[in-house]
Design a protein around this ligand. Structure first.
Ligand code: AMP
Ligand code: ZN
Length: 115
């Protein structure tokens, strides 16, 4: 928990979010400014600033996070056509919130390469 972190505030219910999945380790909620018709952020409740801060101590947490994504995709109706999973990391990755988050983007075709 980091007091100034907007995603920690969502976890603590200090600010609202449209939550689509939650368990003891993970929470997933709709992005406030969707970049696709379906845009959900999947985050660990543990405050990890970005992908580079993950350590071996987080192995179980990260495996668990990955394991809940198929169920979230099914909840969102994304299993048939698929979706894109994105982790923007630091400046060049375009990261704007310093709490590790996995963007799930769907319900439209995603071009490649990204902008
Ligand atoms: P990134 O730019 O990869 O760090 O992604 C941060 C994402 O968080 C952006 O897509 C924002 O629209 C989203 N975001 C910021 N504040 C909120 C919020 N209060 N609730 C939901 N999503 C948010
Ligand atoms: Zn945080």
């Amino acid at each position: 928990m980091q007091a100034s972190c907007i995603f920690c505030k969502i976890i603590n219910r200090d600010i609202p979010a449209k939550i689509v999945y939650e368990d003891e380790l993970i929470i997933a909620f709709h992005d406030i400014s969707p970049a696709a018709p379906a845009h959900v952020l999947v985050i660990p409740k543990k405050h990890i600033a970005n992908l580079l801060e993950i350590t071996a101590d987080d192995n179980k947490l990260m495996a668990h996070l990955m394991s809940v994504i198929p169920g979230i995709a099914k909840t969102l109706g994304l299993e048939e056509k698929g979706f894109r999973l994105v982790v923007n990391t630091k400046e060049n990755g375009g990261q704007t919130v310093d709490h590790l988050h996995f963007h799930m983007l769907g319900e439209r075709f995603m071009t490649w390469p990204p902008g």
